[in-house]
Design a protein around this ligand. Structure first.
Ligand code: NAD
Ligand code: ZN
Length: 377
């Protein structure tokens, strides 16, 4: 039922960087102009969440519109939605350009954890709680700007499609949209977490004939093969550098390399493992302050180096299409989910990620209302 008042509910709050989250009773204020209040059903922890928890503070989720603020025209109560860390306002210079998905609407505010008016809708004992990237999905209810929300079909299972709010869309789009992987090409994907596995899925969808998965954790190889890797390599099994190994395996380099680790050293390796003349390397892994080492000669020989944010998808319009692709069995999602936990166990999810255990944990915000369809491992 929709309400115009404040909602009291449970949320996981990060009081200090590096400290475990605590479950608190928070107050979620009604949505203001161009805002939507959502009942979050399922949410997840992304690698970038870990980065932010230990430094700054990202997440994916899915829910149902509880109420809408004034001037909201595209959403109504009961709609199934996916909150987006990348908005698409549809009006700014970048939204009007087909060249980028990087809308900057409310950017500074969402990065600072507040809405367009500079305040957050979540509070604890009267004290404002900042909303993580303007989303804050580890709360049973949250409020987001109407430009940071994708409306999806009503038959989509929220505890699966929540994955499309972050890493899975990013990795898949990195291959099909950013790299534009071609049929019968050769590809190398560095890092086989959810982002890398999704990149492999994209390479396979694009009908690449050689898809090499690279990871220092061999436990990831079986899953990588399931997603379409034709071979897997552990750099630690070789005396040569990984780029030399890949050049040997492909007689001169891969057509496309996708870095899904977030390490500048691996970024250089990925770039150098591409072929002269037309090799393309896409950086997907996150790093904000570090520099990468690129030999000018490698660029001069015709290689392309580029990066992607959210897989180049225009968030509001493309996420519903990705949901359709999942529903039509063109895209795997269930295979990424290795654990499903209630909100109270959110720190276990962070712990699994730190230890490289499992791929993605989905947090069920209302365990008593839904029957888990994924087994806990
Ligand atoms: P993850 O931690 O689950 O996976 C990373 C993988 O890299 C692990 O399997 C790890 O064993 C492997 N790895 C570590 N060092 C390696 C090395 N030297 N060589 C090869 N493999 C190595 O992370 P994830 O959730 O899949 O995210 C991957 C990256 O993508 C992160 O940096 C994340 O911040 C970033 N990301 C970017 C965007 C974007 O918009 N560009 C969006 C979401 C996530
Ligand atoms: Zn815009």
């Amino acid at each position: 039922m929709s309400t115009t008042g404040v909602i009291r509910c449970k949320a996981a709050v990060a009081w200090e960087p590096g400290k475990p989250l605590t479950i608190e009773d928070v107050e979620v204020a009604p949505p203001k102009v161009h805002e939507v209040r959502i009942k979050i059903i399922a949410s997840g922890v992304c690698h970038t969440d870990q980065e932010y928890l230990t430094g700054q503070f990202r997440q994916f989720a899915a829910g149902i519109v509880e109420s809408v603020g004034p001037e909201v025209t595209k959403f109504s109560q009961g709609d199934k939605v996916i909150p987006l860390f990348l908005p698409q306002c549809g009006e700014c210079e970048r939204c009007l350009s087909p060249k980028t998905n990087q809308c900057r609407k409310n950017w500074a505010n969402t990065q600072a954890g507040v809405m367009a008016d500079g305040t957050s809708r979540i509070s604890y004992n009267g004290q404002q709680v900042y909303q993580f990237l303007g989303v804050s999905s580890f709360s049973q209810y949250t409020v987001v700007p109407d430009t940071s929300l994708a409306k999806i079909r009503s038959d989509a299972p929220l505890n699966k499609v929540c994955l499309l709010g972050c890493g899975v869309s990013t990795g898949y789009g990195a291959a099909v949209k950013a790299a534009k992987v071609e049929e019968r090409s050769s590809c190398a994907v560095f890092g086989l977490g959810a982002v890398g596995l999704a990149a492999i899925m994209g390479c396979q969808a694009a009908k690449a004939c050689k898809i090499i998965g690279v990871d220092v954790n061999p436990e990831r190889f079986e899953k990588a093969r399931l997603f379409g890797a034709t071979e897997c390599v552990n750099p630690r099994d070789h005396a040569k550098t990984i780029q030399e190994v890949l050049l040997d395996m492909t007689s001169g380099g891969v057509d496309y390399a996708l870095e899904c680790v977030g390490s500048p050293v691996v970024m250089t390796s990925a770039f150098e493992s591409t072929r002269d003349a037309w090799g393309t390397c896409v950086i997907v892994g996150w790093s904000e302050s570090e520099a990468i080492n690129i030999k000018v000669e490698k660029i001069l020989m015709g290689r392309t180096l580029k990066g992607t944010y959210f897989g180049d998808w225009k968030s509001v319009e493309d996420v519903p299409t990705l949901v359709d692709d999942y529903m039509n069995e063109k895209l795997k999602l269930d295979e990424f989910i290795t654990d499903q936990l209630p909100l109270e166990k959110i720190n276990v999810a962070f712990d699994h990620m730190k230890k490289g255990k499992g791929i993605r944990t989905v947090i069920n915000l209302w365990p008593e209302e839904t029957t888990p369809t994924v087994e806990t491992v």
